[in-house]
Design a binder for this molecule. Structure first.
Ligand SMILES: Nc1ncnc2c1ncn2[C@@H]1O[C@H](COP(=O)(O)OP(=O)(O)O)[C@@H](O)[C@H]1O
Ligand SMILES: O=C(O)[C@H](O)[C@@H](O)[C@H](O)[C@H](O)COP(=O)(O)O
Length: 212
């Protein structure tokens, strides 16, 4: 199954919302801002400088899962901005529960293939200055380190992994969105899963095709 849902993931300030809005426009999808679905408790906790834990995040991830599930079932394109920092969290987004023994059965694979994860990973110095410049947001720059230490992923989980180019420049949101949209439109017209034509090198949107 080609992707129906794209989750733009990564730590705070990496550009999830900026890329997500533009990708949704180009790919003709609905955009869902994950932060809009946090509980008041979670927002207040982060605003007070305390990072969320697994228990705080679970209801939020389940709420996002129900939107993702509906999009997959109805094949309604959806782009979601969500930190999705751990493999366990991404599993909840796709399947609506934590990892379990049943996870490798064929029906689960189809659902997994319908959801593409795109990791945005600017340099830490870039992230820090973006967060320090971002006025009026509930998320304090002081929490960036906890986000970076919580983030875990394997290349095979990702549809694309965006990093700075060889000159250390992170691409603008428009360029990332453009490349993602081309890869997604290519993957749906060819009927295949994952991105096609990526070089696999750093800085390449859609560089990492999902394994079959
Ligand atoms: N690719 C980019 N290059 C430079 N600045 C960016 C880029 N993407 C986002 N920004 C800026 O970084 C800040 C955080 O972006 P945002 O999209 O809100 O990130 P997130 O949703 O991941 O927290 C904003 O001020 C935004 O304008
Ligand atoms: O899982 C979490 O700890 C939060 O979701 C966190 O990752 C998110 O980043 C904040 O909500 C800040 O919002 P932005 O990511 O949009 O800056």
């Amino acid at each position: 199954m080609s992707p129906v849902v794209v989750v733009i993931m990564g730590v705070s300030g990496c550009g999830k919302s900026s890329v997500g809005v533009q990708l949704a426009r180009l790919w003709n999808a609905t955009f869902l801002e994950g932060d809009a679905m946090h509980t008041g408790h979670n927002l207040a906790k982060m605003a007070s400088g305390v990072p969320l834990n697994d228990d705080d995040r679970l209801p939020w991830l389940l709420a996002l899962h129900s939107r993702i599930r509906r999009a997959v079932d109805f094949r309604d394109r959806l782009v979601v901005a969500c930190s999705a920092l751990k493999p366990e969290y991404r599993h909840v987004l796709i399947h609506g529960r934590m990892l379990s023994d049943e996870d490798d059965v064929a029906s689960e694979t189809e659902r997994r293939d319908a959801v593409a994860f795109v990791l945005l990973a600017p340099d830490v110095s870039d992230l820090r200055s973006r967060l320090e410049r971002r006025a009026g947001h509930f998320f304090p720059a002081s929490l960036l380190d906890t986000q970076l230490s919580t983030l875990r992923f394997e290349a095979a989980e990702l549809f694309a992994h965006e990093v700075p180019d060889e000159d250390g420049v992170f691409p603008p949101p428009e360029r990332i969105a453009d490349r993602l949209a081309s890869a997604l439109l290519g993957s749906s017209s060819s009927g295949g899963s994952g991105a096609s034509g990526g070089s696999g090198g750093p800085g390449t949107a859609a560089a990492t095709a999902r394994p079959p």
